[in-house]
Design a protein around this ligand. Structure first.
Ligand code: HEM
Length: 438
């Protein structure tokens, strides 16, 4: 006789378990519990958690829901707040870093709109399409390197170097030291975790993050000085020009560069990594992409919906507000579980199934919504589409190696630490990108 499972865990315990490294492998049952219990108030803290599609959508579009932490009581109470690490950069290198200020991701309109507009042209669908030949070349180079070494660790060899190289090229940064940026931007990715909101403590590794933040700020401060002295055809030079025309100040130039490096890298690594894992587990989907590279577009939306690179976002109530009948007092931090919302069957049919052959593309909130809708969505989609396509075409019979999967400790930017694959080889790059139609 089996004993019926009696769930005695409180909503608060569920939230705390979401923070646990043990939950990284599969947090989805916990998200589902949190969604069913919505709204979940964190006891003794001005924090409420939403996980339904409708509630997340409504908060993301609500102008009363702010991205600025000065509106959060949580922060005023000294509990720390989600967002960029609150540190001031000390002098480092030849040029002293400018003061740390929040990036436009953590600003509200109108300043948010003005700063976003200064870089948005570089990430428009048309601008991004011009990057396609470079991205294809890079993907083939990475697969050639893996073929030459005879092993494929899909995160370190493929998913991670791809976006960091692409965003470095867009910004105009030397890609020779990409490991240097990778390790620092990965550390900064932890500063958006919701430890302060749920547990009232800081994420472990604060000192390392502070150091990484200072080093990146010092690096960009020097880069801005270099580009001012000798401008090039790159985004950093364009921002320096905008500064000279009075569009923004130097601290904003530096913080915007850091945001773009960080946002353009961490999320896309996880999209490609989570996608390669899911596709390796579903060879029929890889076949679909191999037969029809058009299916790779749908596969990208499937992965975004099923296993989003950015699992949750925060908003702060700048005034008393109402979220689908829930009264949210001014100063409350709202945690929006995008990864839970995407699997809300009330909004997304067959939400738990990976199916790149769906009749209508899957809907999801993985790029956010409203004024902060992901600026890099066209770029992230393009990189992932090309990566999935080429993986399907060149990597023969990929299989997971024995042993447990290792996830990074991040909660918000959840992704694999490593994805070693067994294969029957990697085809050479002469395989055509476009599969001839039968
Ligand atoms: C490919 C996977 C990606 C995912 C899942 C993703 C997800 C998101 C999400 C959810 C937001 C909104 C955050 C919020 O509302 O608080 C966001 C904002 C942003 N993303 Fe992405 N992103 C991705 C790729 C990229 C890339 C490649 C870039 C390139 C630069 C980028 C740059 C940004 C920027 C600058 C913002 C801030 C926009 C604003 O505040 O107006 N993202 N992203």
């Amino acid at each position: 006789m089996t004993t019926p499972h009696i769930d005695t865990e409180s909503d608060e315990q569920t939230l705390l378990r979401i923070l646990s490294p043990r939950a990284r492998g599969c947090p989805y049952p916990l998200y589902e519990k949190a969604r069913r219990a919505e709204p979940v108030w964190v006891e003794g803290r001005p924090v409420v958690v939403f996980g339904s599609y409708e509630a997340c959508r409504s908060v993301l579009r609500d102008p009363r829901a702010s991205n600025e932490r000065r509106h959060a009581l949580l922060y005023a109470a000294g509990g720390g707040a989600p967002g960029e690490a609150d540190v001031a950069g000390g002098p480092e290198g030849a040029v002293a870093p400018v003061a740390e200020i929040p990036s436009f991701l953590f600003m509200d309109p109108p300043r948010h709109t003005e700063l976003r507009r200064l870089v948005s042209h570089a990430f428009s669908p048309r601008a991004v399409l011009r990057l396609e030949p470079m991205i294809k070349e890079l993907i083939d180079d990475l697969l050639d390197e893996a073929a030459a070494q005879g092993t494929l660790e899909a995160i370190d060899d493929f998913a991670s170097p791809l976006p960091v190289t692409v965003i470095c090229r867009v910004l105009g940064i030397d890609t020779g030291e990409r490991n240097w940026y990778r390790t620092r931007s990965a550390l900064l990715g932890e500063s958006v975790d919701p430890y302060p909101a749920f547990a009232g403590t800081q994420t472990p590794g604060l000192a390392e993050r502070v150091r990484a933040e200072r080093e990146l700020t010092a690096f960009f401060t020097r880069l801005v000085a270099d580009r001012r002295a000798a401008p090039r055809e790159d985004l950093v030079s364009a921002l320096v020009r905008a500064q000279d025309e009075g569009g923004l100040d130097e601290a904003e130039v530096v913080t915007t560069c850091r945001l773009l490096l960080n946002a353009g890298h961490e999320t896309t690594v996880n999209l490609v990594g989570n996608g390669l894992l899911a596709l390796t587990r579903a060879p029929d989907q890889l076949d679909l992409i191999r037969r029809d590279p058009g299916a790779a577009d749908a596969a990208v939306e499937e992965i975004l919906g099923l296993d989003p690179p950015l699992q949750l976002v925060h908003r702060h109530a700048r005034t008393d507000m109402d979220v689908l009948g829930t009264h949210v007092p001014r100063g409350t931090t709202m945690v929006l579980l995008l990864a839970a919302a995407n699997r809300d069957e009330a909004a997304v049919a067959d939400a738990g199934r990976l199916d790149a052959g769906r009749a209508t593309p899957r809907d999801h909130l993985s790029f956010g919504l409203g004024p902060h809708f992901c600026l890099g969505a066209p770029l992230g989609r393009l990189e992932a589409r090309l990566a999935f396509t080429r993986f399907a075409q060149r990597v023969v019979a990929p299989r997971l190696t024995a042993g447990p999967l290792r996830y990074r400790r991040n909660v918000v930017l959840r992704g694999l630490d490593a994805l070693p694959l067994d294969t029957d080889g990697i085809r050479d790059r002469s395989v055509p990108w476009e599969t001839p139609r039968p």
